[in-house]
Design a protein. Structure first.
Length: 242
């Protein structure tokens, strides 16, 4: 199967929501194949279905002063931060296109695995923590685990949306605005801090796309624009990322 890769620039969160709604409908109707959208956002806080507003530490006045938007959305999870230097991925995948069909938990585990492998491409060892979704730098030397990627998904009619946020060169001070994912006893980190040398955003984008293809057993085919994606046919084609 083909995984279409749409690599976008930094776009507003509201525009990304509209884009996801459009792509989910197109995938449900069979007008596009499985798709991975990669992008960045300006500073924004999002609250998932299980979020509590108390996990936003900063006042509304301070957030407005900083130009940080707040969006309440239908993904799973608590509150998280998106901002420049963070690679955000929105897989639009029909779970029914796999044999056997992927379940929600298995889908999240595969997403974690793809991100773990991508981090490994830069010699950054990461792992899962039981009971805590996402990708983590393991504990060691008296230091507790640190989260490098958050995951929150929505599934409707078998089609996925929302996805993951991987800290690449993110300004981690912005996480002080919240209790990330409602977890107060663990820190966040980035590939910039953990990798030597620090990878570029382009290198991380390529690694994530490549590992998504491998883990989900899809050939990855890059498209140049949304218009090209919507004009594509969900059929087999040569891969562009190996």
């Amino acid at each position: 199967m083909i995984l279409h890769l749409l690599n976008l620039a930094r776009i507003a969160y509201s525009d990304a929501l509209d884009l996801q709604h459009r792509l989910v409908e197109a995938r449900y109707e069979g007008r596009i194949g499985n798709t991975l959208v990669l992008l960045e956002h300006p500073p924004v806080l999002t609250l998932g279905r299980n979020a509590t507003r108390a996990n936003i530490i900063a006042s509304d006045e301070f957030l407005a002063y900083r130009g940080v938007e707040i969006h309440e959305i239908n993904r799973g999870g608590d509150v998280t931060y998106h901002g420049p230097g963070q690679l955000v991925g929105y897989p639009i995948i029909d779970l029914r296109s796999f044999a056997p069909r992927l379940g929600a938990v298995e889908y999240v585990r595969k997403m974690e695995e793809a991100l773990i492998r991508a981090c490994g491409d830069f010699n950054v060892p990461t792992a899962r923590i039981a009971g805590r979704t996402g990708v983590w730098i393991p504990a060691g030397g008296g230091v507790l685990e640190k989260k490098v990627a958050a995951i929150g998904v929505h599934i409707s009619r078998g089609i996925t949306s929302h996805g993951f946020a991987l800290n690449v060169t993110t300004d981690l001070r912005d996480f002080d605005l919240i209790v990330p994912c409602g977890i107060s006893d663990r820190a966040v980190t980035s590939l910039e801090l953990e990798a030597d040398p620090p990878p570029s955003m382009e290198a991380v984008q390529n690694a994530v796309a490549r590992q998504f293809g491998r883990v989900f057993d899809h050939q990855v085919l890059a498209v140049e624009s949304l218009e090209e994606l919507l004009a594509s046919k969900p059929v087999a084609a040569p891969a562009t990322l190996g």
